[in-house]
Design a protein around this ligand. Structure first.
Ligand SMILES: [Zn+2]
Length: 113
């Protein structure tokens, strides 16, 4: 499953960060999940809970921030948040859009002890 390999690299990143900061525990992991990243939040949470045992993230709280798609319109230059996944500018209905946010998933914040 896609989510399992994501969690694996997430936990690797946590371990590297902890090592670099002389921490022995990760208490909180905050990730941002773009709605177009293809990551299923529920599956990601389950995968994290499964993988975290025996790792530095064993007692970490897992927080997911869902990032909507933000587009910038090339016709009217407006920046909008898309409520639905349809490619058209809410202001001028143009389809000439550039995606600004909402495509990626990444680690935003870690709390270490
Ligand atoms: Zn527009």
């Amino acid at each position: 499953m896609h989510e399992y390999s994501i969690v694996q690299s997430l936990i690797d990143a946590c371990e590297e960060n902890a090592k670099a900061n002389d921490a022995t525990k990760v208490t909180k992991v905050v990730v941002k999940i773009g709605v177009m990243s293809g990551v299923e939040p529920e599956l990601l949470k389950t995968a994290f809970d499964t993988f975290k045992e025996q790792t530095i993230c064993d007692n970490a709280e897992f927080i997911m921030n869902i990032q909507p798609v933000i587009v910038s319109c090339k016709s009217c230059l407006a920046e909008s948040t898309l409520e639905k996944l349809e490619y058209c500018c809410p202001k001028c209905k143009s389809a000439e859009l550039e995606i600004v946010d909402g495509e990626d998933m990444y680690l935003m914040q870690l709390e270490l002890e």
